[in-house]
Design a protein around this ligand. Structure first.
Ligand code: PEP
Ligand code: MN
Length: 263
């Protein structure tokens, strides 16, 4: 269902703030995790002011350690809904289990399936039953073929609004947190009609490398970006080293605009 043999023209997804696919680029931005009302509303206002089309923020966080911050849960979803009301930005947030799909759908405009859940087939089928866009991240050890097979689990249940997200894979390189597979963008775009986005934050692992990776993704043909930014990144409860300061996010958006004009 994802194949260009089935559908030769690009899938274009429309949100109140913009479109993605078929030459239309969108940027989702916001904190890694929703930590407080003030933190999330502050981020929502500035990402909108700098031109983002969507707000991101995790209410349920899939953490490697069970002792790390797990997110605010339902309280976080309510904060995201308030941020949407105040800014008009649609909200994308991660859903961790099939049982959570209905709850998350009540508050969010789009589901995020995290890298660690990219082959949670019951979860993929559950968001496939929903009628909201799904940002499907590539698992850190998944081939592109496997990523497309995961997308098929969603599409097969009738939800055709799937965005594929390259977010870096595990390689022998340890300088960066993951290795952004830029080639995933042209390869996926030749195989599938679905929009392809890049998450430059998680592969970079470090603020100063986020913008170059974002620009590389767009130059390779990505239909969107999902970027982490926090009003006080040093104090973030997750992914502190990679979240952009507001001024860095503003500079990124300016470069995104200039690059888009050049392409
Ligand atoms: C995130 O977006 O904060 C996240 C947990 O991403 P990933 O699933 O790609 O690690
Ligand atoms: Mn994160």
């Amino acid at each position: 269902l994802a194949s260009t043999d089935v559908q030769p023209f690009p899938t274009v997804l429309e949100f109140p703030t913009g479109k993605t696919g078929g030459g239309h680029v969108m940027v989702a931005a916001g904190p890694c995790g929703v930590e407080s009302r003030e933190q999330t509303l502050t981020a929502a206002h500035y990402v909108k002011a700098h031109g983002a089309h969507m707000l991101r923020g995790g209410a349920f966080k899939p953490r490697t350690s069970p002792y790390a911050f797990q997110g605010l849960g339902v309280e976080g979803l309510k904060i995201l809904a308030e941020a949407r009301k105040e800014t008009g930005l649609p909200v994308v947030t991660e859903v961790l289990s099939p049982e959570q799909v209905e709850l998350v759908a009540e508050y969010a405009d789009a589901f995020q399936i995290g890298a660690r859940n990219a082959q949670n087939f019951a979860l993929l089928q559950a968001v496939g039953e929903a009628r909201k866009p799904v940002l499907l991240k590539r698992g850190m050890s998944m081939t592109l073929e496997e990523l497309l097979m995961s997308a098929e689990y969603i599409l097969g249940r009738g939800n055709m609004q799937v965005i594929l997200v390259e977010r870096g894979i595990r390689t022998f390189e340890r300088a960066t947190r993951f290795t952004l597979d830029v080639s995933a963008v042209p390869v996926l775009k030749s195989w599938t009609h679905l929009p392809v986005w890049v998450d430059p934050s998680h592969p970079a692992g470090k603020r100063e490398w986020v913008t170059p990776l974002a620009l590389a993704g767009l130059a390779a043909g990505a239909d969107g970006l999902i970027v982490e930014t926090h009003p006080e990144p040093e104090r973030a409860l997750s992914d502190a080293a990679q979240q952009l300061h507001e001024h860095e996010f503003a500079e990124l958006m300016e470069k995104v605009r200039r690059l888009s004009q050049a392409l």
